[in-house]
Design a protein around this ligand. Sequence first.
Ligand code: NAD
Length: 488
Amino acid sequence: MSSKVIVTIFGASGDLAKRKLYPSLFRLYKSGNLSEHFAVIGTARRPWSKEYFESVVVESITDLADSPQQAQEFASHFYYQSHDVNDTEHYIALRDLQNSLDEKYQTEHNKVFFLSMAPQFFGTIAKHLKSEGIVDGQGFERLIVEKPFGTDLETASQLNKELEETFDEEQIFRIDHYLGKEMIQNIFAIRFGNLIFDNLWNRDFIDNIQITFAERLGVEERGGYYDHSGALRDMVQNHTLQLLSLLAMDKPATFTKDAIRAEKIKVFEQLHNPTDDELKKFFIRGQYRSGTIEGKKDISYRSEPNVYPESTTETYASGTFFVDSDRFRGVPFFFRTGKRLTQKGTMVNVVFKQTDSIFGHSLQPNVLTIYIQPNEGFSLSINGKEVGEKFSIAPISFDYETDATATGASPEPYEKLIFDVLNNDSTNYSHWHEVRASWQLIDRIEKLWAENGAPLYEYKSGSMGPTASDDLLAEYGAEWVWKPEPKN
Ligand code: NAD
């Protein structure tokens, strides 16, 4: 089914639009999900012509197009309107352009607005979309907003209030691009499509769950932004907790957005609210110092461009969440995320409970690993007999890695997410209640750290972060399953 729609992108000259949005729209076009009845309005400050905008779009999709003609035909659907978000006149010009394109492409007044700009503009744009009659109640009207959704509960609530003056919750799609990744979608299949996991997915059989988002790179040119954000806001409030909710939720009654959302929201509302002592114990922050990775010397975070030389911003966050549900009460959900770590990798390790030994032979716990990026796949480790005359037991791993062809054919996260918006499917977007509950908890940690109520550990670039994180797991009789070798 192909959609009739006008997509308006605010921030059309930006990095995200060029790297992700135009290629994703092109993939949808190529697969027939967008056909002749669509147009894209790009708006940004620069005074671009339609011809120039088309050339930017063509350049961003050159590698994907079957022929230059195909790329040009796609780009001919793109229109540009230079725009300052604070200027009312510009919205009138946008409305006129939208109306004429609606007629030209017969899009039945269907509209998607993609806010790919700094979040401080979101409220102003949403307000003008209504006051200038761009959002007019005709056709479907959906709003996609980029992260970050606020920097704390107060700013997130304010932003949400502003958006809700123009759009209902059902029309607002808050992006968390990790949710568009193939292996995150696969969690549903693995959990609910296999009785061996479905039946064991609870506190009687799971010892702990580990979530790792490790990056090799430092802050690069984003130091100015990052120094005001930090790992907790940048990676934990959104991606880590969203992933946790998919791992911890109860089985939805049906595979529908409403049923899945209801279960996810339940998890967010059941997140354990730590006592003050627990707060100090459960969450760990770190900041990278210089180090050598593969012979290359990397500088300390505080020497990075646009970073305050005495910054206490964390480039590493780790800790444990608990979910106070019948399914998972008391099971630690350990997480760690950081920059300049040993190796890039996003993965989940589900560690099952195990008896220490059998017939006098020691046993390793069974671990289900879900590889999210850069590798996609999963593995399961079980205990088996070692080959030979003697009876001895050793862990054996069953590995499945999605092959390169399948990975190449699998949708880009933004492609999948835009496809979902066209189909009015908000399953893979964050609901306001989820965002609200996550900020409630994250704000408490931020406050503690801002008051220096917990140590800021240093860690060497190229390590896996401060050892305080290992110590936390050790308190629960656990250890990180993934221990990549340092490459000095
Ligand atoms: P960018 O700085 O490259 O682009 C910003 C865009 O906003 C430009 O098109 C600019 O012209 C426009 N703009 C700025 N001020 C304006 C004004 N007053 N009026 C009209 N237009 C104005 O930013 P980006 O990297 O494309 O990121 C966009 C959004 O996506 C941000 O919210 C960011 O946090 C989020 N995001 C980006 C990435 C990424 O990979 N780049 C990843 C995740 C999230």
